[in-house]
Each structure stands twice: as structure tokens, then as C-alpha cells.
Design a protein around this ligand. Structure first.
Ligand code: TYM
Length: 344
């Protein structure tokens, strides 16, 4: 059977990019899965500690993330949902994989290269600052590979920004199997959602991201209708006040049309929407439509999020059950791996 695995960092309430690029896909795959398909979703707290944060925030973010995953409709009776740090096999396999992973490949990863050139405030890094970068950021993709491989995942639904990490995970499979002359690890396929790259509302040339210092650049799953409407209405477009489809010349308008297309019940493309009843209409009409469909989608999610934030005992049980399911799922792989490496 298939094994579907994916992960998300608990670094705040998920945004619309996380939702359309990944979470909505997780829920869809859960609902359409064959009975013998395993579904495993991890809140990757070990990845989250690669960046410093104020004391107390990580525990809060983890709570918010699990409430968000339940709110979007993941069902713990069908899908295993767990905190990565509660399943030590992830870190153990990470170490073992790091012994057959090449530093050359890791240093070519775009995420690392962008950290090597720019600081978080977008100023250029000097040599001393480069040397101060943390090793956890460098080996981050190995831990991600371990997450996937330890559960023998066959399919990994993610957004575009994770594509390279998935290629690296396949590289880890080749390296390990080759080094030990086995075929214990399984190469996963990348599943990209139709909205694989949702752009920032304030800079449509950048992806929507949790680390953007401007909160108006993203819509959170918990934003109220008023906030959502304000953020979309003030999103950066251009000075031509009429709707048309031109992704290169008009990236802001194109991002809004793509959002609208994502929710279109008739499944029309952004280009078709721009040529339909919106053709030549003022941008405010487009923004109103986008705000409406996003609000319709997120309204019920926000309500369920509040509900799960209040059901502490239930959520604690989900966390404990998820960890024991995930430990069981990882153990079979670890027995094979330890034996191959002669650590068993
Ligand atoms: P993270 O936490 O940054 O994002 C979670 C998911 O959201 C997707 N995503 C987007 N999709 C479309 N448009 C956007 N603007 C956008 N922003 C984020 C991401 O592609 C991702 O699917 N390294 C991973 C977490 C991870 C993981 C794993 C994923 C750890 N281990 C194993 C898959 C399998 C990350 O930081 O995602």
C-alpha cells in the first residue's frame, strides 16, 4: 500500500500558502485514500529549533499547529498526527543518513545558499557572520529525509519550495542503499498541489512566508473576515485599474487571479477567469471576489481552530496516540537499518 507522509514547522499559525500548497492537499488525500493507505503527518518541532525564538513560544506554536491540523479536517482516527521530537527514530536515522550524505550536495541547496548570502533583514552577510551560521540549518535537509524515509513514505505532498529537499531525500536513499548493499530505504515521489507557490500579498515576486516581517504579506488561517478583507484589498497590484491576465507584467493581479481560480467551483484557469465576467473590471472587483472566496473557505476553519484550542484533554490524547502510532511505524525501518549498519 501507499504511505503518504508530510511535515510542517510549528512556527506560528499556518498561512494561506501552507494551506493551499500543502494542508488542503493532505486533507484531500486523507479523504480519498484507499483503506490500505497509511497517512502520517508530522509537526516538525526539531526543524523549528534551527531558528532562535523567545522562551515559551515553541510550546504555544505546537499547540496552535495541532489545533490547525484538526481544524482543517485531519482525522486522528484515520491519519497519524504527531510531534517529531516524540519519535526519537527520526533523529537516530538522521545521524545514520548524515554518514552517507555528501556536504557538497548540502551546500548547493538553495535554502542554505540563501542563508549564506543574506541575513534575515536582507543585508549581505560578511565572512564572520557566515561562519556563525548554525550547523542545524546546514543539515536540516538530512533530518527532513529521515522524517520521510523512516516511515517508508511513497508520496509526499508539499509546496514548490520543498521540491529540492525531496530530491535530496531520494539522494539519501541511493547513498544509503548503495553504501550498505541493501534496498531497505524507499524513494518517495513528490506530490505538488495545483497552488504550489502562493505569493506574498505585499510583494508578489516573493512566496508567502511565515518569516516575512510584514504581517500584511500573508493571510493566517485564524484571521477574521475583516482582517482578510483588509489584507486583500490593500495587496500590492499595479497602476492599471482593470483586470487582465499577464503573470509576467502584472504579478500582483496574477496572484489574485490564481487564488480565485483555486476556489473556482467550475475549475476555470486564472486566464479564463480574467477573460470572463471580470475582464476589464476595476481591480477592486477582483479583490472583493477573492476576499469572499477566501472568507468562505477559512470561516469554518477558524471556528474549529478555536474549538480545538479549548479542548486540551482531547488534544493531549491525540498527541500521545499519534506518537505511539508513529513510533510503531518507524520501528520496522530502524530494525532493518540498524542491522545493515551493524548497530543492531
Ligand atoms: P513549512 O513548514 O515551511 O511549510 C509547510 C508546507 O507549506 C508549503 N508552503 C507553501 N506552498 C505554497 N505556497 C507558499 N507560499 C508556501 N509556503 C509554504 C511548503 O512547501 C510545505 O509543504 N521543511 C518543511 C517541513 C518538513 C517536511 C518534512 C515536509 C520537515 N520534514 C518531510 C515534507 C516531508 C518546511 O519547512 O515546511
Amino acid at each position: 500500500g501507499r504511505v503518504i507522509f508530510s511535515g510542517i514547522q510549528p512556527t506560528g499559525v499556518p498561512h494561506l500558502g501552507n494551506y493551499l500548497g500543502a494542508l488542503q492537499q493532505w486533507k484531500l488525500m486523507q479523504d480519498e485514500a484507499e483503506p490500505d493507505t497509511k497517512l502520517i503527518f508530522s509537526i516538525v518541532d526539531l526543524h523549528a529549533i534551527t531558528v532562535p525564538r523567545p522562551k515559551g513560544l515553541l510550546s504555544q506554536w505546537k499547540r496552535e499547529m495541532i489545533a490547525a491540523l484538526l481544524a482543517i479536517g485531519l482525522d486522528p482516527a484515520r491519519s497519524t498526527i504527531f510531534y517529531q521530537s516524540m519519535v526519537s527514530a527520526h533523529s537516530e536515522l538522521q545521524w545514520i543518513l548524515s554518514c552517507t550524505a555528501s556536504t557538497g550536495y548540502l551546500s548547493r541547496m538553495t535554502q542554505w545558499k540563501s542563508k549564506m548570502s543574506m541575513s534575515d533583514d536582507a543585508s549581505l552577510l560578511d565572512e564572520k557572520a557566515k561562519k556563525g551560521l548554525k550547523h542545524g540549518l546546514f543539515s536540516y535537509p538530512i533530518l527532513q529525509a529521515a522524517d520521510i524515509l523512516v516511515h517508508r513514505a511513497t508520496h509526499v505532498p508539499v509546496g514548490e519550495d520543498q521540491r529540492q529537499h525531496l530530491e535530496f531525500a531520494r539522494e539519501c536513499v541511493t547513498n544509503f542503499n548503495h553504501a550498505y548493499g541493501v534496498s531497505h530505504l524507499v524513494a518517495p515521489s513528490t506530490i505538488l498541489s495545483p497552488s504550489k507557490r502562493v505569493m506574498s500579498l505585499t510583494n508578489p515576486l516573493q512566496k508567502m512566508s511565515k518569516s516575512d516581517p510584514n504581517p500584511n504579506s500573508r493571510i493566517l488561517l485564524t484571521d477574521t473576515p475583516d482582517i482578510i478583507t483588509t489584507k486583500i484589498k490593500s495587496s500590492l497590484t499595479d497602476s492599471v485599474n482593470s483586470v487582465s491576465w499577464d503573470p509576467v507584467g502584472r504579478p500582483g493581479v496574477a496572484n489574485l487571479l490564481s487564488l480565485l481560480a483555486h476556489f473556482d467551483p467550475a475549475g476555470r484557469s486564472p486566464a479564463a477567469l480574467a477573460e470572463g465576467e471580470l475582464a476589464g473590471k476595476p481591480l477592486l472587483d477582483l479583490k472583493r471576489r477573492v476576499a469572499e472566496v477566501v472568507n468562505d473557505e477559512l470561516g469554518p476553519v477558524r471556528e474549529r481552530f478555536e474549538e480545538f484550542m479549548g479542548r486540551r484533554e482531547y488534544v493531549d490524547q491525540v498527541i500521545a496516540d499519534g506518537a505511539s502510532d508513529a513510533r510503531r511505524s518507524a520501528e520496522g525501518t530502524m530494525e532493518l537499518v540498524r542491522e545493515a549498519v551493524e548497530l543492531g
